[in-house]
Design a protein around this ligand. Structure first.
Ligand code: ADP
Ligand code: ZN
Length: 621
């Protein structure tokens, strides 16, 4: 295919048949569109409004970047996060696109220079913070400029019910009023119906099409393990599956963040802490290192991640249970934006359920809010306990029915858990809780069941009751698992006011009477990860990071990465802005020796070829 030079983007704009594919190829170095991208690009280029719902990593940016290049004038992108704007613009500049930002980080003279370029028609894309855009001055300036389109990124921020409400987003309804003839494209990764309706309403998109992509993230492998010693399990997980990879580890408390970061560092992992209690300078430095360097693991509270655009995060690990499936999905969604194999790994145990319940009970929210929160927690626990495909369950939660019942890329699909009739086990457990007055937690109940004569057991005379020592068929670990599953099924409930004492619920009666079936998963503590490693030796299940396409000559990959780090450092941009991992892998696999061959590798557009072509070929040679 003839490749138009970058300068011809302008010609394309004034030409009769704007060729989106040619621009995709010449500017972004990509061979084709993904999913609905092509349709969206055509629709917006033709002047239509729309709403785009795509998961993180789905490729939303191109949906407005290409129309902005293809249409007359400058595309205005409203984005809530300064870091995100900066990285997007850095990437566009690398690709030779005339892009700029207008936000509070600019000095007045820098801002004037950007405004002058906008008015002179010298910009293709301008990223503006919403509060800035809404100033009368900025609106007046846009009125004088030639605007190709308005893209409202992270559009769910208009929703008061959403998790990221930003008051300044409400004011964006002014765009439709002031610029009715300029196409508006709203984009978000938050799919729920209420949020969607609010976006349509507030941004004046009634009647405009919604493009809804599947929320599946097929490259992410979901895995939820039984929590034993979470830190040790995490270290094993990283060492065996993600050594040298960039990742995010989420913990609930600041103390645990610090502790975990220190433990990982000691184990030789390049780990950095991130939480609201850290000095602002250090926090910013740690975030920058995570974004800019290769293979840094950030250990963080949930405050971290919104607006982190890093495409090559290879794993997201949870050491504590998130609040809901929505939160879990959003946080794990930060892995693998580049589409390469990545892991979402979580260790969870009974104490997590107890802790989350206590947080809900102790919160000051209204009863209805607490009920909703408990429902959301229950749904997540259900996901953690399911013996079926996790992806099917996740997508089902969001109202999607996948084509296949088994995804083949979650722990339950890859090593199906053994499920047994657990009626007798459940009855023993429930009657133990019942006979001891529903006043004791898991530990004590297990002591009684396995017949352990502890001081406490003796003190309460629990060695005299009929269930003492009747549970020899399971060990302590297995009993823990059984308790957790009964809690997840709703037959037992931890009482957060009584330090996690386990109470029977309404449904427990049916189990005790033998009327309700109880299937329990065999506890296979920690073996699931090992199982996948063992299998990888046989070759049928490679660990995620190997499957990540690191198929190229490893020495060459190392050389290219070192070169990239150096270039990124010199230019002051993140490493992935210079070249994506997938592009490095492509080069290492195909070993191009001519510029034409190099140009054929996805991610190498005209500008990158011009800038780095000779150097890269020299490195290959
Ligand atoms: P989102 O904003 O939806 O989270 P991005 O626009 O950042 O996603 O795109 C995610 C990743 O997918 C980026 O690394 C981008 O280069 C890549 N990508 C997007 N569209 C395509 C495509 N058509 N072909 C190949 N890669 C693509
Ligand atoms: Zn599955």
């Amino acid at each position: 295919m003839p490749v138009p030079a970058i300068a011809s983007v302008r010609n394309v704009k004034s030409g009769i048949a704007p060729d989106a594919l040619a621009v995709l190829n010449s500017v972004f170095g990509l061979p084709g569109f993904r999913g609905a991208q092509e349709e969206i690009v055509r629709h917006v280029t033709d002047g239509g409004n729309c709403l785009v719902l795509m998961p993180t990593g789905g490729g939303k940016s191109l949906c407005y970047q290409l129309p902005a290049l293809l249409r007359e004038g400058c595309g205005i992108v409203v984005s809530p996060l300064i870091a995100l704007m900066r990285d997007q613009v850095a990437g566009l500049l690398e690709a030779g696109v005339k892009a700029a930002v207008l936000n509070s980080t600019l000095s007045p003279s820098e801002a004037s220079a950007v405004e002058a370029r906008l008015l002179a028609g010298d910009l293709d894309l301008l990223y503006i913070a919403p509060e800035r855009l809404l100033t009368p001055r900025c609106l007046a300036m846009l009125g004088r400029a030639r605007v190709a389109l308005f893209a409202i990124d992270e559009a769910h921020c208009v929703s008061q019910w959403g998790h990221d409400f930003r008051p300044e987003y409400i004011g964006l309804s002014v765009i439709a009023e002031r610029f009715p003839d300029v196409p508006r494209i709203a984009l978000t990764a938050t799919a729920d119906d209420l949020t969607r309706r609010e976006i349509i309403d507030r941004l004046g998109l009634a009647g405009a099409p919604s493009f809804v992509a599947s929320f599946d993230r097929p490259n992410i492998r979901y895995e939820i393990v039984d929590k034993q010693n979470a830190q040790t399990q995490l270290k094993t997980f990283i060492a065996e599956r993600h050594a040298g990879d960039a990742g995010i580890v989420y913990c609930l408390s600041r103390a645990k963040v610090e502790d975990t970061a220190a433990a990982l560092t000691k184990a030789g992992v390049a780990a950095l802490p991130y939480h609201a209690g850290l000095d602002a300078g250090l926090r910013a430095r740690n975030q920058d290192r995570f974004i800019n360097e290769d293979g840094v693991v950030i250990v963080a509270t949930v405050a971290f991640g919104m607006g982190i655009d890093k495409p090559d995060v290879r794993f997201v690990a949870h050491l504590d249970l998130p609040k809901s499936i929505e939160a879990y999905y959003q946080e794990t969604g930060r892995a693998g934006r580049d589409g390469k194999p990545s892991s979402a790994w979580m260790a969870y145990g009974l104490s997590d359920i107890v802790q989350q319940r206590r947080m809900i009970d102790e919160s000051s929210g209204a009863e209805s809010f607490k009920r909703v929160s408990i429902g959301k927690l229950d749904a997540l626990v259900g996901l953690a306990e399911t013996t079926n495909c996790r992806r099917t369950r996740l997508l089902g939660y969001f109202g999607e029915t996948p084509a296949a019942a088994k995804c083949g890329n979650c722990d339950n699909c890859l090593s199906p858990p053994v499920v047994r009739d657990g009626k007798v086990i459940a009855q023993k457990l429930l009657s133990c809780a019942y006979r001891t007055g529903q006043r004791f937690g898991a530990m004590h109940l297990i002591d009684i069941l396995v017949g352990r004569l502890t001081e406490r057991v003796r003190q309460f005379g629990h060695d005299k009751i009929s269930v003492f020592g009747v549970g020899g068929e399971l060990n302590e670990k297995q009993w823990r698992g059984a308790i957790r599953q009964l809690v997840a099924m709703g037959h037992l409930q931890p009482d957060s006011e009584a330090f996690g004492a386990l109470r029977l619920t309404e449904t427990a009666r049916g189990v005790l009477k033998g009327e309700t079936e109880v299937m329990l998963r065999e506890e296979t503590p920690g073996t699931r990860i090992r199982a996948s490693r063992t299998r990888s030796r046989r070759g049928d299940l490679a660990p995620a990071s190997t499957a990540a396409g690191k198929t190229g000559d490893p020495t060459l990959v190392g050389v290219l990465r070192a070169w990239r780090s150096e270039v990124a450092r010199q230019r002051g941009v993140p490493a992935y802005v210079v070249l994506h991992d997938s592009t490095i892998d492509g080069i290492a696999t195909q070993r191009p020796t001519t510029l034409t061959q190099l140009r054929g590798i996805p991610g190498i557009g005209d500008k990158k070829l011009e800038h780095y072509g000779e150097e890269l070929i020299a490195l290959v040679k």
